[in-house]
Design a protein around this ligand. Structure first.
Ligand code: CP
Length: 306
């Protein structure tokens, strides 16, 4: 039995196969419409979510399966003090696979160690968000044609943004990847990513504060929200929340084929005037999230479709 805790749980070859499957699902949805008939997905979300939970549920429904779960700790027995280990033992009696989001780093890993069914990390604190990374990889590969030979600007809250940490870990395995890390001083990438991942693997990167200075070089601009829920005080959040706002005038500095990605939700960091720009790919990205989660469910349940 396999779980998914980090994008590195899959080899590059396995990732390619998963993305190929997602592309086939996109092209031939009817072929997969009953692939999970009789199977159940549990969504155990101890933290708020729109995209991840609902795209998992849409994915299982598209595969002909069923869904059950809870969308907040308050509406589960966690509110009475139940541990994730006990919860997953019980969920294992009710479902065939579980997607879990938790505010504590490592909670889905703890659950996976006690689980009798595959567990998917649907975001754990400021740590990892591997299914967002699968979504990002599918979006980039589908719209750019390849995952290598790209200059990727990561902009915003690089300290707490778990999607950024997961994406860096995944992309360094492809050739010709270069990062431009754009953040205010207080929200710089953590040293365990800068030193232990980028420097240790010889990946070229630069760090800067001004988005305008980076725009002309980028093939992908990955915008992120300032993660209010991870700040220790509101004053710091208020000071930093509008540090970056992507506008039409900044987009004018970018390449004609640059793509703008964002894991969403957006707060204020991309002006709505950018939404009509053909380079704005963040809503297409949300759609790719359904296909890739369908592919992931099939892969972890070891279901093949001829
Ligand atoms: N991208 C993402 O994780 O969104 P949600 O928090 O809405 O699931």
């Amino acid at each position: 039995m396999r779980h998914l805790m980090s994008p590195l749980d899959f080899s590059v070859e396995e990732l390619d196969a998963l993305l190929d499957l997602a592309n086939d699902i996109e092209a031939h949805p009817q072929k997969y419409a009953h692939a999970c008939a009789g199977k159940k997905l549990a969504t155990c979300f101890y933290e708020p979510s729109t995209r991840t939970r609902l795209s998992f549920e849409a994915a299982m429904l598209n595969l002909g399966g069923s869904v059950l779960g809870f969308s907040s700790a308050d509406s589960s027995s966690a509110a009475k003090g139940e541990s994730v280990s006990d919860t997953i033992r019980v969920i294992s009696c009710y479902a065939d696979i579980c997607a879990m989001r938790h505010p504590k780093e490592g909670a889905p890993l703890v659950a996976s160690q006690k689980s009798l069914i595959p567990v998917i990390n649907a975001g754990d604190g400021g740590h990892q968000h591997p299914t967002q990374t699968l979504t990002d990889l599918l979006t980039i590969r589908s719209l750019r044609g390849e995952l290598g030979n790209l200059t990727i600007g990561l902009c915003g809250d690089l300290k707490f943004g778990r999607t950024v940490h997961s994406l860096i870990n995944a992309l360094i395995r492809y050739p010709g990847i270069r990062f431009v890390l754009i953040s205010p001083e207080e929200l710089r990438i953590p040293s365990y990513i800068r030193e232990d991942v980028l420097t240790a693997n010889g990946i070229p990167f630069t760090e800067m504060e001004r988005l305008e200075d980076a725009m002309a070089d980028l093939d992908i601009l990955y915008m992120t929200r300032v993660q209010r829920e991870r700040f220790f005080n509101e004053e710091d959040y208020v000071r930093l929340k509008d540090f970056y706002i992507l506008t039409k005038s900044k987009m004018a500095l970018a390449k004609k084929d640059m793509l703008v990605l964002h894991p969403l939700p957006r707060v204020n960091e991309i002006s709505v005037e950018v939404d009509d720009d053909p380079r704005a790919a963040y809503f297409r990205q949300a759609q790719y999230g359904v296909y890739v989660r369908m592919a992931l469910i099939l892969t972890l349940l070891e279901i093949t479709v001829d």
